[in-house]
Design a protein around this ligand. Structure first.
Ligand code: AMP
Ligand code: MN
Ligand code: MN
Ligand code: MN
Length: 295
């Protein structure tokens, strides 16, 4: 399934290649997100939910957004391990009907479910939340369950003041709800994306608390495993880091990608299509995605 037949002018295209729906930890349905992109006059979006394509798949089957001239790329943001640390690998232009990807995502859904159960059991045991919390989360079948769902419910229950506080006190690194899981390796994530015809992208590289030396090493391993692009512009990136990442991309021969990582209108600091523009159009990952294949 690909609706990218007509070439777009990369210089003028308005796009967002990283965003979430309520199929994972976003709060909007895919259709509502697409409407928001149309309102904001975007030409192209990639929906990149955590470890699921159910939102974008349904949107593409429905296709109403096409009447507004919006193009939609199927994407996914895979949770993976590199040197025992969690990294996020975005897959762009994946085939939502890929059987191998579906099998891979089923495994992740199970891991996410098991992790949620473990986190909630710990929170209940410490009386931070009341018994029956997991059930009260009301996670739908096929919805990719994440820590933000737990954080939101904790706010609703009055256990914490804000989702941020839930992460800071209970769910973030080193806290009681920081449950380690054996996520697939980065190389496996890249394979899953490539097997589904997609392009693998390192998501928000400055958000892992890695030094730049470590980001370079991550890039080297990523490239060796078949990865092709790196995000250089996204919400929350510190000033100066975009040009550092653009330089790194040039040096390593990686394509560059960018997106808002939009989750919810409730977070006033993010918006669909809102991130600083990428200057080097020649290196843009959309060159890889929008160029029709030779055969
Ligand atoms: P998970 O995929 O379940 O591990 O949850 C990760 C998601 O939680 C990220 O994609 C963010 O949406 C959100 N998140 C991660 N860290 C924080 C934080 N410190 N405060 C608020 N939200 C966070
Ligand atoms: Mn998220
Ligand atoms: Mn992420
Ligand atoms: Mn994301």
């Amino acid at each position: 399934m690909n609706n990218l037949e007509t070439p777009l002018e990369l210089e003028s295209i308005r796009y967002d290649l990283h965003m979430h729906t309520c199929a994972s930890d976003g709060t909007l349905e895919a259709e509502v997100l697409a409407d928001r992109a149309v309102e904001r006059r975007l030409d192209l979006i990639a929906i990149t939910d955590h470890d699921t394509v159910t939102g974008v798949k349904r949107l593409m089957q429905n296709g109403a957004y096409k009447t507004h001239g919006l193009r939609v790329i199927a994407g996914v943001e895979l949770t993976a391990l590199w040197r025992n640390r969690i990294v996020h690998i975005v897959g762009l232009n994946v085939d939502v009907d890929s059987v191998s990807l579906a099998t891979y995502l089923d495994k992740l859904a199970l891991l996410r479910r098991q992790r949620a159960e473990k986190i909630v059991a710990k929170l209940e045991k410490s009386k931070i939340v009341k018994l029956g919390f997991l059930k009260r989360l009301n996670i739908a079948d096929g919805q990719s369950i994440g820590r933000p769902h737990i954080a939101r419910k904790m706010v609703e229950d009055g256990a914490v003041q804000s989702e941020q506080a839930a992460f800071n006190k209970f769910l973030g690194t080193g806290k009681i709800g920081d449950v380690k899981m054996v996520w697939p390796s980065m190389a496996e994530a890249i394979d899953a994306i490539r097997s589904a015809g997609g392009v693998a992208v390192i998501a928000h590289p400055t958000k892992y608390n890695f030094t730049f030396t470590k980001i370079r090493e991550l890039s080297d391993d990523f490239i060796k495993a078949g990865g092709q692009a790196i995000e250089v512009s996204y919400t929350g990136i510190k000033s100066g880091h975009q040009s550092d990442l653009e330089r790194l991309a040039r040096l390593k021969g990686l394509y560059v990608s960018a997106g808002s990582d939009f989750h919810s209108p409730r977070f006033g600091w993010t918006e669909v299509g809102k991130f600083s523009p990428v200057k080097d159009i020649k290196q843009h990952v959309l060159n890889l995605i929008l160029t029709p294949s030779a055969c």
